[in-house]
Design a protein around this ligand. Structure first.
Ligand code: FE2
Ligand code: FE2
Length: 338
């Protein structure tokens, strides 16, 4: 889980870019100190309510936001909660963890974009899901993972954050659109991965995170960036944050993902197990952002914006049934809590 040896030159270039972009980076909302503590102690699946509570004690504003949102009605709590530890007991650790992820990233990933097209809170949703997906892939790879799960989570949150800076440099004519890394390089000399890495470097995040973020659109990325690229490739295929509504029922591009993940030593069954667990994550985070008063409208829209490629095959019946039963289980759990 160390930085690859061939990364020295890239690291030097990213440090130079971070210095060059320092005035612009200074205008971005900093990640809360909670993020660091949360990643150390509380982002693991084994985290306790005390771990999460202790992490949030570092930032009373953020802690207050989490408690307010917990009482917002979405979780149908039988009684109001007054502390994070209580929220963990009443709501469960995973929903509280998702709230904390949202709280840690909300100021940064909710910055408005003019040139990049992310409907509603799509940019926020894309970052949140990318972090969770990358962490789960790192977990699935175990000791073979090039990134620790907590580093993968943060790298996923931040992988596209450079778009916030590039958005100020791209030509505004044409309005929100799909901007390719090639267009970014032609305008700014760097793609958004390198800009994101400059932000991470300016914030003194670990070198492994900087390297992963910098190269996630490279043709032959190093292992840490490859882990992010696999996650990002699937999310873009499903349109997570990019279309008005994600289409997780679309069959994943198995061969492309397997080719991308092969150098990580990730077999197709391992990969399939990973992607089959993601639709409930996407649903859960998208539903949560909508419930918090952000995100996309509840009615299904019509039009090309949310339409998948006509050639994209639908997921097999078994996958659809599994998703439906997962949704039913979630609904039953909520009813029980009432
Ligand atoms: Fe990207
Ligand atoms: Fe992305």
């Amino acid at each position: 889980m160390s930085v690859s040896s061939g990364a020295t030159t890239r690291t030097y270039q990213i440090s130079a870019l971070a210095r060059e972009l320092a005035p612009q980076i200074a205008t971005l909302p900093r990640l809360s100190r909670v993020v660091e503590r949360f990643l150390l102690d509380a982002a693991r699946d084994t985290a306790t309510a005390e771990d999460i509570g202790a992490a949030l004690d570092l930032d009373p504003v953020l802690r207050g936001w989490v408690i307010r949102q917990a009482n917002s009605g979405f979780w149908n709590l039988a009684r109001p909660v007054t502390s994070v530890a209580e929220a963990c007991v009443v709501m469960g650790l995973r929903p509280v963890s998702r709230l904390v992820y949202a709280a840690c990233t909300r100021d940064l990933l909710r910055q408005p974009l003019t040139c990049y097209r992310y409907p509603g809170e799509g940019f926020w949703l894309h970052g949140l899901v990318a972090g969770t997906a990358a962490r789960r892939l790192a977990d699935a790879l175990g000791d073979a993972s090039p990134l620790a799960p907590e580093a993968a989570l943060l790298a996923g949150f931040l992988h596209d954050v450079g778009k916030l800076l590039l958005d100020r440099r791209l030509p505004r004519a044409g309005g929100p659109r799909h901007v390719t890394p090639a267009e970014e390089r032609s305008v700014a000399g760097h793609d958004h991965g390198e800009y994101s890495a400059a932000v991470a470097a300016a914030w003194s995040l670990p070198a492994a995170i900087v390297e992963a973020v910098a190269s996630h659109h490279d043709a032959d990325p190093p292992p840490s960036a490859r882990l992010l690229a696999v996650s990002d490739h699937l999310l873009r295929h499903w349109g997570v944050g990019i279309w008005t509504y994600p289409r997780c029922e679309l069959a994943p591009p198995a061969q492309e993902l397997a080719a991308l993940a092969a150098p990580l030593g990730c077999s197709l069954p391992c990969l399939a197990h990973w992607w089959e667990g993601l639709p409930p994550v996407v649903d859960g985070l998208a539903e949560m952002l909508r419930a918090l008063g952000h995100g996309t409208p509840p009615a299904l829209p019509s039009g090309a914006e949310c339409a998948p490629s006509p050639a994209a095959p639908a997921a097999p019946e078994g996958a659809r049934r599994r998703r439906e039963s997962a949704r039913t289980r979630t609904r039953v759990r909520r009813r029980k809590r009432r």
